[in-house]
Design a protein around this ligand. Structure first.
Ligand code: GLU
Length: 308
């Protein structure tokens, strides 16, 4: 598959799941994707990944859109909600089925919750061991469906981390594309939408680096172009440890209530992305000239002590 050339005008996207507030890590990812396309005259898309109807809430998505707008980030096209696009996912799944690349998975609900939950659920991303591989599709009701990964490693280039070589089988195993409860699953919807929306640049947190090779395999099976990827270091506690509950809940509103102004927040985010020499208050627009992937640090970034 051809990779999109970084010199062309990019189309970037931020694709949160409306299952909670946007915390500092999400805001930093959103800003990096926004700056990357804004600094090259590209298009920025906001997409709500609300296809998991058990966990997504429209009101949370609306709040996320408002928080991003408060920071100066607005989608160049109408915000897309995945729950409106189920037909597209159905068609993609049918295509994979025709190609003989799906199999039904009978693993228990408990196994599925552990193996295939949404990407940010702790250690829900252990590889599926392939227990149901070889099972035949009978077109019956209620079966979960998995994609049969082809063997072999996937070479890809991360805009931030450089050349990568991954074995998707050892990272995710055969990904779940359709859940027994009737929801289309993350790996399918993300790949279909990035393709359909002409996304040339995917910026997301380092916790999703390990699913990229799997998604590339799906793109190949669906004949979709491969976007560029950048996986950003995570935001941590001041001491470098994983964010605690309190810090993890730091969103725009909580910070403003703590006296951290929007400009101060943007200054810190911009500085953490290498756009500024020091975290001075500013607007998102003012960060554009200083943005370059070569200056974005690759590692994790700790929140300021005073924001705890
Ligand atoms: N919707 C996913 C999440 O919020 C992110 C999808 C992506 O960036 O690939 O975790």
């Amino acid at each position: 598959m051809p990779s999109s050339s970084p010199s062309r005008r990019p189309t970037g996207r931020f694709a949160p799941s409306p299952t909670g507030i946007l915390h500092l890590g999400n805001l930093r990812t959103a800003l990096a994707s926004w700056l990357s396309v804004r600094s090259r005259g590209g298009t920025w898309i906001l997409r709500m990944e609300d296809v998991d109807t058990t966990r997504s809430r429209r009101a949370l998505g609306e709040a996320q859109i408002r928080d991003l707008a408060a920071l100066g980030m607005e989608s160049d096209v109408p915000v897309l909600w995945q729950s409106d696009r189920v037909e597209l996912y159905r068609m993609a799944l049918a295509r994979l089925e025709r190609a003989g690349l799906l199999y039904p998975c009978q693993c228990s609900r408990k196994d599925l919750a552990l193996l295939a939950a949404a990407p940010h659920e702790g250690d829900g991303l252990r590889p599926y061991p392939g227990r149901c591989r070889g099972a035949e599709l009978r077109g019956g009701e209620g079966a979960a469906l998995r994609f049969m990964l082809p063997p072999g490693q996937v070479a890809w280039v991360d805009l931030l981390l450089g050349s990568q070589l991954d074995d998707p089988m050892g990272l995710t195993g055969d990904p779940l594309l359709f859940r027994r409860d009737g929801c289309y699953a993350y790996h399918l919807t993300v790949v279909v939408d990035d393709g359909d929306q002409g996304v040339s640049e995917v910026v997301r947190g380092a916790d999703l680096r390990s699913v990229t090779a799997t998604q590339i395999r799906l793109q190949e099976a669906l004949d979709l172009p491969r976007p560029g990827y950048a996986h950003l270091g995570l935001v941590t506690s001041p001491d470098g440890s994983r964010l605690g509950k309190r810090e993890g809940a730091l969103g725009v509103r909580a910070l403003v209530e703590r006296g951290v102004g929007v400009r101060e927040l943007l200054g810190w985010l911009g500085w953490s992305l290498g756009c500024l020499d020091s975290p001075v208050p500013c607007l998102a627009e003012e960060l554009i000239p200083g943005f370059s992937w070569g200056r974005v640090p690759t590692g994790p970034v700790a929140i300021p002590m005073s924001w705890r």
